[in-house]
Design a protein around this ligand. Structure first.
Ligand SMILES: [Cu+2]
Length: 190
C-alpha cells in the first residue's frame, strides 16, 4: 500500500512539473510574439484586425418588370477591408452584383468594402440585380437577401419594398442641414 501511494504521488509531481513548464513556454511565446509585432509594424493597424460589417438603409423599389428587381443598401465597415462577393435571395433565381458605368450597368464579381469605410449601393450606382423572380414584389413586402463576403460571415437583410421612385439619398443629402420645405423651390427648378 505504502509503496503504491509513493509512486503515485511522484507521478503526480512529475506531471504537474510538465504542465507548469508547458505553461511557461506558452506564455513566453506569447510575449515574444507581441514584442516582434510592435517593433516591426510600428504604427500599422494590427494584422489580426477583422472586418466589422453592418448593413443598413436596404430597400428594393417596386420593380417595373415582373421578373427583375434592383436592390440598394449600404455596408458599413468598422474594421479591416473585406469584399462583397455574392448575394442570393429566396425570391430570385439569381442575384448578381452590378456597377453603373456611364449609362450602362456592368456585372462585377466583387466589390471592396474599404477598411473603416462604407460601400454604397444606391440608385444610379451600384446595385444588386434580382432576376428570375418567383413573383413580383409589392410595396410593403419584405424581401430576404443574403450578402456573402470574402472574410466576414454572410449577412441576411430583410429589404423592404418601397415605391418605384423612392430614393433615400435625395432626402439625406439635400435636406440634411436645411428645412425640407424651404428647399422645394430649388428642386422643382431642376
Ligand atoms: Cu443592373
Amino acid at each position: 500500500m505504502n509503496h503504491r501511494t509513493t509512486r503515485r504521488s511522484r507521478r503526480l509531481v512529475a506531471s504537474t512539473a510538465v504542465a507548469l513548464t508547458a505553461g511557461l513556454v506558452l506564455a513566453g511565446c506569447g510575449d515574444s510574439d507581441k514584442d516582434n509585432k510592435s517593433s516591426k509594424s510600428g504604427k500599422d493597424a494590427p494584422a489580426a484586425a477583422k472586418p466589422e460589417l453592418s448593413v443598413d438603409g436596404a430597400y428594393i423599389p417596386v420593380p417595373a418588370m415582373d421578373d427583375m428587381a434592383g436592390g440598394f443598401f449600404t455596408v458599413t465597415n468598422k474594421g479591416a477591408a473585406d469584399k462583397l462577393v455574392s448575394a442570393s435571395s429566396p425570391l430570385a433565381g439569381s442575384v448578381t452584383l452590378h456597377a453603373t458605368v456611364g449609362s450602362t450597368m456592368k456585372e462585377r464579381k466583387s466589390f471592396t468594402v474599404p477598411a473603416n469605410g462604407t460601400l454604397d449601393f444606391s440608385r444610379g450606382g451600384n446595385h444588386i440585380m434580382l432576376e428570375k423572380l418567383k413573383h413580383k414584389p409589392k410595396q410593403g413586402d419584405k424581401v430576404e437577401v443574403t450578402l456573402r463576403f470574402e472574410k466576414s460571415k454572410p449577412i441576411t437583410v430583410s429589404m423592404p419594398v418601397k415605391p418605384a421612385t423612392y430614393n433615400p439619398s435625395n432626402d439625406a443629402k439635400t435636406h440634411s442641414t436645411t428645412d425640407k420645405h424651404s428647399s422645394t423651390d430649388k428642386h422643382s427648378s431642376h
